[in-house]
Design a protein around this ligand. Structure first.
Ligand code: ZN
Length: 351
């Protein structure tokens, strides 16, 4: 596995806190009322040298150990409804709510047995277009195209890309260069460029979604499970802030309507796709409120504090990240200290 410079810096921070135990001292100031945990894939690790999306998958054994640790640290594992109620009313013990984004098949095959063993409620944030097989897992497409291709050639508007992609290091470098360049620009350009790479690699977008994502039958079955809350994760998984207001409104309202019609119950909670400040900002937070969502989560890192009561559609999350599947790191994360450092001491990051 290849780790980037950012991960090396984070590793140094974790090591420092673990060695000094400073996080235990600071936790009363930084841990807040609780956290909303973010997960994506849960599946056994298939060893491979090039795995640029590894942050988005954890192993079932780690999820099991993490839930045990969360409970041993005095957190109740609660539904998102209960988390919002405790946040608003300032009552009850510290809490963790679990969220799984996108609607992956492995959430049923590998996560659900662990969740059932722990009696742990969870929210599955559904992108209706993945269940329909019409939306695109573009970050997986980019990875799988680069696995196949030994040369990355793209002709943009005046920006020709030409990168070697034979060794794992070259593939990693190509992924990072393309990923951040494309993610920083217009969504239609990103999707068109990745579609071209997928075509060169002889792969099919719909086949990838079909392999990885639950269909409506799978989502409807989960929706009937007593531990499961169904949340909304849009129609097509766009970076909402890059689009006009009418587009965003439709992505939120129409996906909720479709998801509720399959789940046969209200879907009160929203997760913004991608979820960073470039994908969800004040306009999206206001729309989520106007549409009546009880909560909406970003991917901004952080614990929950009383001040979040006034920002229920701009909530941060604690990512269970595939790069950090060890209990010492989780212990540090649950203290809230890494988020206090990341947010430079701010408890709110909602602008
Ligand atoms: Zn997502």
């Amino acid at each position: 596995m290849i780790r980037g410079g950012k991960q090396t810096i984070i590793a140094a921070g974790f090591a420092f806190l673990q060695a000094t135990r400073l996080h235990r001292v600071l936790a009363p100031l930084t841990r807040g009322l609780g956290a909303i945990v973010m997960l994506h894939h849960v599946r056994p690790w298939a060893e491979r040298p090039f795995a640029p999306n590894r942050l988005l998958e954890v192993e079932p054994e780690y999820l099991d150990a993490a839930l045990t640790m969360i409970k041993s640290r005095g957190f109740d594992i609660v539904t998102l409804d209960e988390a919002v109620a405790r946040l608003v009313e300032g009552r009850g013990a510290r809490f963790i709510a679990l969220t799984f984004d996108d609607g992956y098949r492995d959430n049923v095959t590998h996560a659900l047995p662990v969740l059932e063993r722990h009696g742990a409620p969870f929210t599955l944030n559904v992108t209706s277009g993945f269940a329909d097989r019409t939306a695109r897992l573009w970050w997986v497409e980019l990875e799988e195209a680069i696995v196949v291709l030994d040369h990355i050639a793209l002709a943009g508007e005046g920006e020709a890309i030409d990168l070697p992609s034979v060794t794992p290091d070259e593939k990693q470098a190509a992924f990072e260069a393309l990923y951040w360049w494309l993610r920083g620009g217009p969504e239609d350009r990103m999707l068109a460029m990745i579609a071209e790479l997928l075509r060169q690699a002889g792969l099919s977008s719909a086949a990838i979604v079909n392999r990885l994502c639950l269909d409506w039958g799978g989502i409807e079955a989960l929706a009937r499970h007593p531990l499961c809350t169904i949340g909304v994760h849009t129609l097509t998984h766009p970076m909402l802030a890059k689009h006009d207001a009418a587009f965003v409104w439709r992505e939120l309202e129409e996906s909720r309507r479709v998801i509720e019609s399959h789940a046969r119950r209200p879907a009160r909670h929203l997760a913004y796709p991608v979820g960073d400040p470039g994908s969800a900002g004040p306009r999206e937070f206001a729309m989520a409120r106007d549409l009546g969502f009880a909560s909406a989560v970003t991917t901004r890192p952080g614990m929950l504090f009383p001040a979040h009561r006034d920002h229920l559609r701009a909530l941060p999350r604690l990512s269970l990240n595939g790069h950090w599947q060890d209990l010492d790191s989780l212990d540090v994360l649950l203290s809230g200290v890494p988020f206090a450092l990341w947010n430079r001491g701010r408890r709110l990051n909602v602008a």
